[in-house]
Design a protein around this ligand. Structure first.
Ligand SMILES: [Fe+2]
Ligand SMILES: [Fe+2]
Length: 403
């Protein structure tokens, strides 16, 4: 039947003129029916949904969902875990913003610790703005996912009962209890080497640490130790232990930002492969893209801690050292921040992709394990771990259901 014939039939058999919504619904019903037929024939991937079906009005979009796009229990489990992860991200990012962000009308309490701000600005003069903006993004992610869950009759995710950790007493820490610990971290910096390599952890590749950061604060922990009114105007003075300490703390934050956001990039990609509803897939892919955007930014800034003129900082208390990684090797060269093509689909050429993206390395339980090893949950109670691990197990158990 041609479009012309179809229009003629519609005129002949319909008493009242068809509304736009009805027209779109009819097209969609035909697409769904044809997709089901082609799937049985193993040809579904050859079908494209017509643009007219995608640009449906709000009313017809509702009907499209009724036609078979309601989220599954697995979709809700994915979103519940991602929401918890976003609440955790919001908590840690808001701590960073309080110390080192950029104060604004929307975020008047950001950037309280001038000494920390000046050390961060040795990595990039725009660091405070980026920190506040990253925090905004995480807060929008968790608020959106919870709103979506509630719009579908699901209970929102809350970690408020676990907000029990004392904030850092240094200026910028505020008085509100927190969910996450940034006062003593083991930052996994292997991502720095992984994204410069042609091998992929999904196929067994392993990577060491670009910089060894153990038991190291990523935020100021004491005004006595690092007076908030001090500044570092250029590179820290080598024999000044106060400047060296604060710069090492800021450098640690720089590497931690990259660690957190590369984890988000892998987690969202891994969860996308489990989503069933197209709308949930859209949410997971669209937020995941922003996590990757964040990672790229922080990957660049972390590199400035291990390049001239800043390289060489050593924390006098912990011994953590940030060496110069521009040693002539592409494995560590600081401006090679865009992902190197690597193994992806066996038998096909190398491809520049997010990695890892398998459950064992990048699923929900892997994310909890990584953040636990980081020290982010130090001080949290057993009920917190029970709760987050249950959410993680349920998300990992989700499988893509279509049809
Ligand atoms: Fe996020
Ligand atoms: Fe993030």
């Amino acid at each position: 039947m041609t479009v012309h014939d179809e229009r003629a039939n519609a005129v002949e058999t319909t008493a009242a003129p068809e509304s736009r919504d009805e027209h779109l619904q009819r097209i969609w019903d035909r697409v769904v029916g044809r997709r089901a037929f082609l799937r049985q024939a193993g040809l579904a991937s050859a079908v494209a949904v017509p643009a007219s079906a995608i640009v449906a009005s709000g009313a017809s979009a509702k009907r499209l969902r009724r036609a078979g796009d309601e989220p599954t229990e697995g979709d809700f489990a994915i979103l519940r875990f991602l929401c918890a992860a976003e609440i955790i991200e919001s908590d840690l990012w808001s701590q960073y913003a309080g110390f080192g962000g950029q104060a604004s009308t929307e975020r008047p309490n950001d950037g309280q610790n001038g000494f920390y701000v000046s050390a961060l600005q040795n990595l990039d003069s725009d660091m405070p703005q980026y920190i506040s903006d990253n925090t905004d993004d995480e807060e929008s992610h968790q608020a959106f996912i919870n709103a979506y869950l509630m719009s579908k009759g699901q209970r929102p995710v809350s970690l408020e009962p676990f907000r029990r950790l004392l904030p850092s007493p240094a200026t910028g820490g505020g008085s509100k209890k927190v969910l996450t610990n940034l006062k003593r971290l083991n930052v996994d910096t292997s991502y720095y080497l992984r994204y410069r390599a042609e091998t992929n952890p999904d196929f067994g590749a392993t990577f060491g640490q670009a910089v060894t950061i153990k038991n190291q604060p990523a935020i100021p922990v004491s005004d006595t130790e690092t007076p908030p009114g001090d500044t570092i105007t250029a590179v820290p003075v080598p024999n000044d232990p106060v400047q060296q300490r604060m710069q090492a703390i800021a450098n640690t934050a720089g590497f931690h930002f990259g660690m957190i956001e590369q984890g988000g990039s892998s987690l969202y990609t891994t969860m996308a492969l489990k989503a069933s509803s197209l709308e949930v897939l859209r949410i997971v892919v669209a937020i995941g893209g922003v996590e990757t955007n964040h990672f790229s930014l922080w990957h660049d800034k972390a590199g400035n801690a291990v390049a001239a003129p800043l390289a060489g900082v050593t924390d006098p208390k912990t011994g953590t050292t940030f060496p110069n990684l521009n040693t002539g090797s592409e494995a560590t060269q600081t401006n090679l921040i865009l992902p190197e093509p690597c193994e992806f689909i066996p038998g096909l050429p190398a491809c520049s992709v997010v990695r890892p993206t398998i459950d064992a390395l990048a699923g929900a339980r892997a994310a909890v394990k990584g953040l636990t090893n980081d020290g982010l949950f130090d001080g949290q109670s057993d009920d917190f771990f029970d709760f987050i691990e249950r959410l993680a197990r349920e998300a990992d158990a989700a499988t893509r259901e279509i049809g």
